[in-house]
Design a protein around this ligand. Sequence first.
Ligand code: NI
Length: 180
Amino acid sequence: MAIQDILKMGDARLLRVAQDVETFDTPELHALVQDLLDTMKAAQGAGLAAPQIGVNLRVVIFGSGKANPRYPDAPIIEQTVLINPQLEPLGPEMESAWEGCLSVPGLRGLVPRHVALRYRGFDLQGAVIDRKVEGFHARVVQHECDHLDGVLYPTRIEDMTQFGYTEVLFPGLDAASEDD
Ligand code: NI
C-alpha cells in the first residue's frame, strides 16, 4: 500500500515480456494492485502497468471513474484492473493521437493505434472482463498492454518530427502534470 517509484525508459526492466498471473485474489496480488492504484493516483496517470513499478506480471490498471485533470476532455473510464489481457482489434481503422508515458516523463509523441478494440482478461478476483471499446479508452488499453510486452510508445511513433517535449509542443499545458 504505497506509492512506488516509476521506472524510466532506459531501465531494462521496462523491456521484458511480463508473465501471466496464475493465482487470483491473493494478498500479494491485492498489494500489487493497491500499489499501482496509489502510484497512478499520485502521478495523475491515466493508466499504469505493473512492469512500470518493476513487477514483471501481466497486470494493468486504467481509468479512475472521474475526469482526469490532465485529460479534461477525455471520456470518463471506469477504474479497471485488467489481468492477463488479450486484445483483439475490431476492424482495420487506425488513428493517431498524442500520448505520453510516466516512464518517459516530459515528452509526448503522435502514436497510431487501433480505433476499436475488444479486450478480455480478468479482474483481481479472477472474474472475466470482456469489453468492446473505441477511441481514448481503446488507446489507453493498447498503451498499457504494450508495457506488458516491453514496448514503450516512442517505438510506435511513425513520424519522429511528431515527438518532443510537452512544454514545447503544448505551451501552457500544466507542466507539473504530464504523461500517462
Ligand atoms: Ni506508459
